[in-house]
Ligand binder design. Structure first.
Ligand code: PRP
Ligand code: URA
Length: 209
């Protein structure tokens, strides 16, 4: 079963509070999401393997460490996932970025796929699927189905806020995928929104509605 990691770093928790706040406008919501994504990237990359290299300092030659050639890919789920990409790229600038376009049908709450584009060398890469919200879990499950159908083997899921319902569905459908979140909220309301949550992530990021 996929493990769930809740990033309880004070900076992440502090910024998440302002992301949740209904009085936070689009500009600040975007900036805070970007900052939290970067902080989460710092945590999620903790297990990247290192290797020794020689380096010449102004004083002497020594042995030091660099990340050992692991290829990473980011896959934001359109459209709200886009709000977390730049923050992660600040820390992992060489990552390739694929996209999965999904929207949740407001009646059925089921995801509808409208776009998929991934880097060419998918089998060699570890992918981080990104979406601020894991609500029913339908969108994440569908996005990961799409990636696996195209040959992706190694996947992590990164979200700002998850509902227990979404975590369970994702763990059932993809037990090999670990889930990295900033908060595990209480539950879903009757419209499939996470409560307390932050509202509609896409609308708040892009100022729509
Ligand atoms: C939101 C969110 C997730 C999805 C989560 O996207 O960004 O992708 O809902 O819900 P689920 O876990 O129940 O599937 P939405 O469908 O509103 O599309 P948008 O990003 O284009 O606004
Ligand atoms: N999508 C959102 O943007 N917010 C929720 O609370 C649930 C799904």
């Amino acid at each position: 079963m996929g493990r769930v990691y809740v990033f309880d770093h004070p900076l992440i928790q502090h910024k998440l509070t302002y992301i949740r706040d209904v009085n936070t406008g689009t500009k600040d919501f975007r900036e805070l999401t970007d900052e939290v994504a970067a902080l989460m990237a710092f945590e999620i990359t903790r297990d990247l393997p290192l290797e020794d290299v020689k380096v010449q300092t102004p004083i002497m030659e020594t042995t030091s460490k660099v990340i050992s050639g692991k290829k990473l890919g980011l896959v934001p789920i359109l459209r709200a996932g886009l709000g977390m990409v730049d923050g992660i790229l600040k820390l992992i600038p060489a990552a390739k970025v694929g996209h999965v376009g999904l929207y949740r049908d407001p009646e059925t709450l089921k995801p509808v796929e409208y776009y998929v584009k991934l880097p060419a060398d998918v089998e060699e890469r570890e992918f981080i699927v990104i979406d601020p919200m894991l609500a029913t879990g339908g969108s994440a499950v569908e996005a990961i189905n799409s990636l696996k159908n195209r040959g992706v083997k190694n996947i992590k899921m990164m979200c700002l806020i998850a509902a227990p319902e979404g975590v369970s569905l994702l763990q059932e459908a993809h037990p090999d995928v670990d889930i990295y979140i900033a908060a595990l909220d209480e539950k879903l309301n009757e419209k499939g929104y996470i409560i307390p949550g932050l509202g509609d992530a896409g609308d708040r990021l892009f100022g729509t509605k």
